[in-house]
Ligand binder design. Structure first.
Ligand SMILES: [Zn+2]
Ligand SMILES: [Zn+2]
Length: 298
């Protein structure tokens, strides 16, 4: 049994070794929510995880918790999770995220039950173990494992450590679900060379999924030449299904992009290009303002 002084020492030691962001104690919940609302979606979740204490906290923090407002992680990160794209944060940050970080983010938003679209853009540090939080998902419709953004080349050098065995185990747990909602998978370029037997076998299992889905979709993966392992008939952005005729009832069409090796529908492609043009225009506007500031006398 510990004496009172020993207990005090241990509580103090716990307090020193457990790092909790002081924002949690200093700022009201509304202010934290306001700050979070300005962040990109992945940053918002990382922020929520960082500022709130872990579920198993020390006696010191239990005492402190009685005097602090009840800040919930979900109120900061939000509850509406349709799409999570790590391309929404700086490339340098996404490239530093570990499997543990990504697993915590997916757990935090209850991705296995809520998330529909997951893009691991620029997550070049992960092995895929972090995707375990997505195992058996009955909500996920699209997973983009190419690690690059729209219209960027998927040929990466050096090759990322994404482990085929690890990821395929998780994908199998999803496609084996009776209520599987998966509509599109974009695989890493480095797996699509035909050299990975386990990947080739998975493609055959995935290709047979349409029998299970029974919604008229044809999960068709190309098995030949340079397009090996690319899923056809489905837009890689919005998951809209286009039959082999390519033209949809809405007037849009599906085409293959040789740069990012994805299928895009014309509507989604126009949106991506619009964003690029908008970013370019903003930079031009800044440049003009800068030049005017130099020329116009004060
Ligand atoms: Zn493209
Ligand atoms: Zn689309």
């Amino acid at each position: 049994m510990l004496s009172k002084s020993n207990k005090r020492r241990r509580i103090a030691a716990d307090a020193c070794t457990t790092i909790i962001c002081p924002l949690y104690d200093l700022l009201p919940e509304k202010m934290l929510e306001e700050v979070a609302s300005f962040l990109a979606a992945p940053s918002r979740v990382l922020f929520a995880i960082a500022i709130t204490p872990p579920s198993s906290i020390s006696p010191y923090h239990m005492i402190m918790a009685r005097s602090r407002p009840n800040v919930s992680r979900s109120s900061i990160a939000g509850n509406e999770w349709h799409t999570l794209d790590f391309g929404d944060v700086e490339k340098e940050l996404a490239a530093k995220l570990s499997d543990d970080d990504i697993s915590k983010v997916l757990l935090h938003i209850d991705a296995a039950n809520k998330l529909k679209i997951l893009r691991l853009t620029n997550c070049s540090n992960m092995t895929g173990a972090g995707l375990v939080s997505l195992s058996g998902s009955t909500s996920i419709e699209l997973i983009d494992l190419s690690l690059v953004g729209a219209h960027q080349s998927p040929i990466l050098d050096p090759k990322p450590p994404l482990d085929c065995d690890l990821v395929l185990t998780i994908l199998d747990s999803i496609i084996n679900q009776g209520r599987c909602q998966l509509k599109h998978l974009q695989f890493p370029h480095m797996w699509r060379g035909g050299d990975y037997d386990q990947f080739n076998e998975f493609l055959e299992r995935y290709d047979e999924m349409d029998e299970m889905l029974g919604d008229g979709r044809d999960v068709f993966v190309t098995f030949g030449d340079m397009y090996f392992g690319i899923q056809d008939y489905t837009c890689s952005e919005c998951t809209q299904y286009y039959s082999s005729g390519r033209d949809g009832e809405d007037g849009n069409a599906l085409y293959f992009c040789n740069t990012c090796e994805r299928y895009h529908c014309t509507q989604c492609s126009a949106m991506v290009e619009c964003q690029t043009v908008r970013t370019f225009c903003v930079w031009i506007a800044y440049l003009i303002l800068f030049v005017l500031a130099q020329v116009v006398p004060t």
